[in-house]
Design a protein around this ligand. Sequence first.
Ligand SMILES: *[C@@H]1O[C@H](CO)[C@@H](O)[C@H](O)[C@H]1NC(C)=O
Ligand SMILES: *[C@@H]1O[C@H](CO)[C@@H](O)[C@H](O)[C@H]1NC(C)=O
Length: 438
Amino acid sequence: IGSFPVDFEWSVSSESFKVEGGWAEHGKGETIWDRFSHEDRVFENQTTDLACDSYHKVDYDVYLLRGLMAPNYQFSVSWACIFPTGRKESLLEKAVAYYDKIIDTLLQSSIEPTVALHHWDLPQALQDAGGWENDSIVEAFKEFSDFCFSHYGDRVKTWITFGSPWVVSNLGYGTGEHPPSGKDPIIVTHNILKSHAEAWHIYNDNYRKLHGGKVGIALNSDWVEPRNPSSDQDVAAAERYLNFMLGWFAHPIFVDGDYPAMLKEQIEKKKDLCGKELARLPVFTEAEKQRIQGTTDFFGLNHHTSRLISESLNSSSDWIQSVPWGVRRLLNYISLEYTSITKVPIYITGNGMPTEYNGDVFSDTERVDYLKAYINEAMKTVHLDEIDIQRFTVQSLMDGFEGPQGYSQRFGLHYVNFEDPDRYANNGSHSLTAHICA
Ligand SMILES: *[C@@H]1O[C@H](CO)[C@@H](O)[C@H](O)[C@H]1NC(C)=O
Ligand SMILES: *[C@@H]1O[C@H](CO)[C@@H](O)[C@H](O)[C@H]1NC(C)=O
C-alpha cells in the first residue's frame, strides 16, 4: 500500500566488532569480544581477529553502500580502538583517523553517517576494573562520548549512545552467553542508564547549538502476545516480559526517570522468594531521576521477532521467527507508552533476520520475504496508525561476527566469503540487494 513519506530515512547497519578485524593493529586495545573469542567460546572457535577486514576496507565498504543506494550508514565506533585502555590518556590517533576516513568517505558519496558510541564491545581494560558493574564507568563513558562528539560531531548528526543495551545487561552479565559473563545485570542497567543520560547532557549542553544533531538510544525488544489472551495470568506474564525487556530502559528515559512499578514489585517478590541478596534494585535519587528523564531525541528500536508468553512458559525458542504484524503492535505500544510522553520520533535502528549457511546451498528467499513484510508493516504504522516513524535501518550491510554464533549466522545484504583471506564479497553482489532496492 502506497509509499513512505519522501523524507523517510533508509539506513543499513554494522557494528565495530562484527566487521572491523585488525584487532591488535596500531596498538588497538583488546575488547571483551576479542578475549571471549580467544578463549574458544565461540562457534568453531571463530574469532574477531579479521572479521570482514573493514579496518582496511573503508573504500570497499562505501562502494557496497553506494551500490545499495543507501542514504545513511549506521555503524559503531570501538571504544577500545580509540582509547585502548578505555581512558582518554591512551588516545590512539591512527584509530581516530580510521573513523575520520569512514565518515569523510561516506559524506563524499552523500551518505549520512549514524554513529553508535557503544555496541557491546567494551575495552577489556575497563572490564578488568569491573566493567559496567563498577559505577566509575559512568565517568569513563562521559569522557569517551565527549571525545567523539567533539572530534566527529561536525560531520555526524545522528548519535546512538547504546545499541541493544538489554543484551549487555542480560546476556553479558546475566546468562553469561556473552562476555564478560558478569553477575549483576541490575547494576549494569543502572550504570548504563546513567551513562546514557550523561552523554546526552554533554551533547545537549556543549554541542547541540554548534552541530545541531540528535542523540538517542537504540533499545531492543521483542513483541509478545499472551498464549491464552483470556487468561489473566498470561496477559500479566506478557506485560511483565515487555517491562523487563523494554520498560527497564525505556521507562526511566521516556516516562519519569524511574523504573516501572511492575519491575520494582517483581524484583521485590523474587527477593522474598529467594530470601537472599539476589536482587537489589538500586534507587534513583530525585536528582538522578531528573537527570535521566527525557534524555533522548528519538526512540531507536531494534526489533527482530515476536513471542508467545504464558504464566508457566517464560520464553520459547531464541530463534528469530518472521512475525511481521508484531512490529506494528510493538510500534503502537511504544507510541502509547513512551513517545506520547517524551515526544520524539521513532527510528527503527535495526531489523533483519539471519540465514544459516550450511556451506552448500545458500537461499535468501525467507529473508527477502521477512524484510518485505516488516517494511510493509512499518509503512502501515506510518499511514494507518499515524505514528511518527522517521527511519528504517536494515541489519546488516554485510555478514559478520554474530557473537557466540560466530560467522554461522548471516545477516548481510552482502554475502561475505569468510574463506577468502581478502574477504571481498563474491562478485560484489547478492540476491537480497536486487530485491530490496527494486
Ligand atoms: C576449540 O578449542 C578447544 C580448545 O580450547 C578444542 O578442544 C576444540 O577441539 C576446538 N574446536 C574446534 C572446532 O576447533
Ligand atoms: C572501579 O573502578 C575504579 C576506577 O577505574 C578502580 O579504581 C576500582 O578499583 C574499581 N573497582 C573495582 C571493584 O574493580
